[in-house]
Design a protein around this ligand. Structure first.
Ligand SMILES: *[C@@H]1O[C@H](CO)[C@@H](O)[C@H](O)[C@H]1NC(C)=O
Length: 299
């Protein structure tokens, strides 16, 4: 792991790299690069793997079986939230992740897309001090624990939504599975503000908000860890997914169990689902940091 950090440092020192950190500099065990980089335009920084859009092909050659991906995603979110809290970096959940929180403060078991947001100053801070840092965690029942990496897209300084290839500003990556969390920056929407909408905010993925939709953030729990929630969460969820997303209890092959407050696989669903929910609950536990926080840049 030390080698990985050193080579990451060297890559950083060699100036602006066009793609995400080179496979050879971050690889852990793979002999081949499944990053999907080959098929992407040169200006695109983050690549989605050749086998699945929610995996980083530098760290995996195939998607995990469904019984395993959910516990990996849970740990991914827990380690991200606790690391950001340790760094004093303000972050909140959004999109499908917020919808999962709304139902039972957990990840929706059918969703491998995890979304969080930060403000512009926070993204600057992460880019400046924590790009390519690795964070090792001990996880209950996982031998050797897992290492997570924070990687910041150098295009994050380009604020225009025309930069369509780089709408994701940073990622929190599980280097054991290749699964990741997309981190996007919420910025002042200068054009809209000039037209008089004073609190207008925008992300590079073109999602628009008003300051009062998000702030003041609310405190809550998600997957057993402290999390921040946008202030107008109901309004935001209804706008994005429609009212039904907050009431329909049979969704994506799962049924909402009002007693246990869990989404469970629907036995009558066309596509058979595994018993992953049960397995996942059995191994639940909060990861703990095993390496102290360190700054990447030596000054
Ligand atoms: C983060 O580090 C990677 C690897 O060195 C580099 O390609 C990228 O440009 C860096 N990001 C920022 C925001 O400096």
């Amino acid at each position: 792991m030390r080698l990985l950090r050193l080579s990451a440092l060297l890559t950083a020192a060699s100036g602006l790299v066009r793609g995400d950190a080179d496979f050879m500099s971050v690889r852990t065990s793979l002999a081949k690069d499944y990053s999907g980089k080959g098929g992407d335009p040169g200006e695109k920084y983050f690549h989605e793997s050749t086998f699945h859009p929610h995996y980083d092909g530098r760290f995996a050659s195939e998607a995990l079986p469904e019984t395993e991906s959910l516990p990996h995603l849970t740990a991914l979110m827990q380690t991200y939230l606790s690391t950001m809290a340790d760094l004093g970096a303000e972050t909140w959940i959004m999109h499908g992740t917020l919808l999962g929180w709304w139902w039972n403060q957990k990840i929706l078991p059918w969703d491998s897309d995890l979304d969080v947001q930060v403000s512009e100053p926070t993204m600057h801070f992460l880019a400046e001090y924590y790009n390519m840092t690795e964070h090792h965690f001990n996880l209950p029942g996982v031998k050797g624990g897992r290492t997570y990496m924070l990687e910041v897209n150098p295009h994050y300084t380009i604020r225009s939504t025309h930069d369509v290839l780089n709408v994701i500003d940073a990622r929190w990556i599980d280097t054991s599975s290749g699964l990741f969390i997309d981190i996007t920056t919420v910025r002042a929407n200068d054009e809209a503000r000039q037209r008089g909408r004073l609190g207008a905010l925008i992300c590079k993925d073109k999602h628009q908000y008003d300051e009062t939709d998000i702030f003041p953030l609310r405190d809550s729990l998600f997957e057993g860890v402290i999390v921040k929630i946008p202030y107008e969460y109901t309004k935001l969820l209804e706008e994005e997914y429609g009212r039904k997303a907050l009431t329909v209890t049979n969704f994506e092959g799962h049924i909402w169990n009002e007693e246990t407050k869990l989404w469970v696989p629907d036995p009558d669903a066309k596509k058979p689902f595994s018993k992953r929910s049960r397995i996942f609950r059995a191994t639940e536990g909060i990861p703990t940091r095993s390496t102290p926080l360190s700054h990447r840049i030596e000054r």
